[in-house]
Design a protein around this ligand. Structure first.
Ligand SMILES: N[C@@H](CCC(=O)N[C@@H](CS)C(=O)NCC(=O)O)C(=O)O
Length: 201
């Protein structure tokens, strides 16, 4: 069975829980409070030297960090990972977009809000919001004429981007002006085996 080093309110960890659930794979979780330094202990750093969750332990004990790499690993041979090379590249393109242009703004604002640090980072809020809205706008335009992000079907690109997009308002990024994105969120929530993000933050 898989073991997920997890945090119930983490969108990055939620990506993995969602994929595991939708793929029907059994797993146990170990809660690691990344907001209070538990990913920076000597013991955890021995598991993931980068000091971050999610971290997946495979049934044979091998360890795999990085949410999107974990999604890629789990999705092999499933409908969540297309077969055609260009469609695969499109999925990866959105997953790289998520890590570089979306998560550092959309997820970070949410984390600052939930950990009471908006005041501490007040001088960065407007820039982060502009960057977050820029990423959401790219997605809004893309899903205006498509049901899903890549390969014309639900893939791990949707899993990766759903995690923080649907809770963007928790970080002060309203989805009011993104009707197509809200429709895409509903389509993801209707996928077989869908499970919600746990925890409030
Ligand atoms: N690129 C990583 C980011 C993971 C990440 O930022 N994890 C956060 C929680 S959501 C964390 O563990 N932070 C603790 C720390 O950096 O000390 C991924 O996608 O898995």
């Amino acid at each position: 069975m898989y073991k997920l080093y997890d945090k119930k309110d983490s969108g990055n960890a939620y990506k993995v829980r969602l994929a595991l659930a939708q793929l029907g794979l059994g797993f146990s979780t170990v809660e690691v409070d990344s907001d209070s330094g538990e990913t920076r202990t000597k013991e955890f750093l021995a598991l993931n030297p980068n000091g971050k969750i999610p971290l997946l332990e495979l049934p044979d004990g091998r360890l795999l960090p990085e949410s999107n790499a974990i999604l890629f690993y789990l999705a092999q041979g499933s409908a969540l990972w297309p077969e055609e090379p260009l469609e695969r590249a499109e999925v990866l393109s959105w997953m790289f977009f998520e890590q570089y242009s979306h998560e550092p703004h959309v997820a970070v604002l949410r984390n600052w809000a939930h950990t009471g640090r908006l005041q501490k980072f007040a001088d960065q809020i407007e820039t982060k919001k502009a960057q977050g809205h820029a990423a959401l706008s790219v997605m809004e335009r893309h899903v205006a004429r498509r049901s899903f992000l890549a390969a014309e079907r639900y893939t791990i690109a949707d899993v990766a981007l759903f995690a923080y997009t649907h809770v963007a308002p928790e970080g002060g990024l309203s989805l009011e002006d993104y009707p197509n994105l809200r429709a895409w969120i509903r389509r993801v929530q209707e996928q077989p085996g869908f499970v919600p993000l746990l925890g409030h933050c």
